[in-house]
Design a protein around this ligand. Structure first.
Ligand SMILES: Cc1ncc(COP(=O)(O)O)c(C=O)c1O
Length: 395
């Protein structure tokens, strides 16, 4: 396992590396945006894929109990919670599953609750399905984000929320929700009778000293109003294989969800995704532990570099995910000036905070799941650009 290895990705059809010209009209930016990693997958995954390739027939593939056992076993080893195997439904992605849940459990015009700044496809998928996305924004306090429960309850009550999309852990702000916070959300869900889609795709990335609580694990009643989204794709860098595992404990909800999948014409999962997922969960644990140590060290490196060289920036405290959320507001730049600084000045391709909701303005999201030398280069480029900034009066 050599996470320092640089594997060139340009020219591989990589969304992260190859689409600067189409998306930004330029090809000179070091990409640290979309959430996949620049690491090779574990050998067990590669070998499983090679076995599948070598078979030479790629027909429809279905899973049996051993697949469910692998997925459930992985989650159980991480969290101590055991999902019932009949609750498992495979989908080709978590965002796809969220779209299906929105269609299955709400009607056009209904309100779906989000917590900005949040992974922007949440809003898109709600609105593309003709529903209304309403946010109770998270609040930045002492360099970490909190839920304003008074505001959350007000929004739920006034807007008649039908469904909540919970991002747990939260992308991009890196919160790992504490049990008491999840319990308060669960109480609100019970009191105001709405369902919760808990997107737990980042739950294998929990910083030392924090604990991920599976929302559905809070109680049987909570599980019955929860759709839990999991996937091996972030953890093992398999996003292109399009496989995710959704748990819906309540039989009626599960039936409604599967009906939407049927209506969308989705039946069997991608063959390669299924075998890669099983191999990763059965045999990938040692790789996972090393990868996550490496990424946490990257995060520490990033924080120390910024504290030392770029004290105008503030890295929001991260409790989970391999993303970092960085506050550029002290530079006093407009959104346009900030973009110019990052592209023309630093030659970086980041995710601009504003796309996660208007409260994300002035922030940028960095993906630090890359070899340290790439991270170092990105930070040096950023330092040079920020140090070259002219005083505000000249801009
Ligand atoms: C919170 C969250 N959900 C879902 C996804 C994407 O999942 P998928 O590729 O399975 O749709 C991401 C990817 O960055 C994410 O951060």
């Amino acid at each position: 396992m050599n996470f320092d290895e640089i594997i060139p990705r340009a020219g591989t059809g990589s969304l992260k590396y190859d689409f600067g010209p189409e998306r930004l009209g330029r090809d000179d930016l070091l990409p640290m945006w979309v959430a996949d990693m620049d690491f090779a997958v574990p050998d067990c995954v590669r070998e499983a894929l090679l076995r599948t390739v070598d078979h030479r027939i790629y027909g429809y593939t279905e899973t049996k109990e051993d697949y469910a056992r692998s997925v459930i076993g992985w989650i159980e080893r991480r969290s101590g919670y055991t999902f019932p195997k009949e609750a498992l439904v495979k989908t080709p992605g978590v965002v796809f599953a969220i779209g299906m849940a929105v269609q299955a459990f709400t009607d056009p015009g209904d309100v779906v609750l989000i917590q900005n700044p949040v992974y922007y496809p949440f809003r898109e998928v709600i609105e593309d399905n003709g529903r209304r996305a309403v946010s109770s924004d998270l609040v930045l306090k002492e360099n970490h984000y909190e839920i304003d429960f008074e505001d959350l309850e007000r929004v739920i009550r006034e807007q008649k929320v039908r469904l909540m999309l919970l991002c747990s852990p939260h992308n991009p702000v890196g919160r790992v929700w504490e049990r008491w916070e999840l319990e308060r959300i669960a109480e609100l869900a019970e009191r105001y009778d709405f369902l919760v889609v808990s997107d737990e795709i980042h739950s294998d990335f929990i910083a030392d000293g924090h604990t991920h609580t599976i929302f559905a694990s809070l109680s049987e009643q909570v599980a019955e109003r929860t759709i839990t989204c999991t996937a091996p794709t972030k953890t093992f860098n398999l996003a292109g294989l399009q496989i995710s595992n959704i748990f819906i404990t309540d039989r009626t909800l599960r039936r409604l969800f599967i009906k939407r999948l049927d209506a969308a014409g989705y039946s069997q999962a991608n063959t390669f995704g299924v075998f890669a997922c099983k191999a990763a969960y059965d045999e990938g644990e040692a790789w996972y532990r090393e990868m996550w140590r490496y990424v946490q060290d990257n995060q520490a490196y990033f924080r120390e570099f910024v504290a030392r060289e770029l004290p105008q920036l503030r890295v929001v405290r991260s409790e989970g995910t391999y993303l970092l959320w960085v506050d550029f507001r002290a530079l006093g730049l407009s959104e346009k000036e900030l973009q110019r600084l990052l592209t023309d000045g630093a030659h970086l391709w980041l995710d601009s905070g504003a796309i996660f909701g208007s409260c994300g303005r002035g922030f940028q999201r960095f993906n630090v799941a890359c070899p340290r030398s790439i991270l170092r280069q990105a930070l040096e480029q950023l330092k040079e650009a920020v140090q070259g900034l002219s005083p505000a009066a000249d801009r």
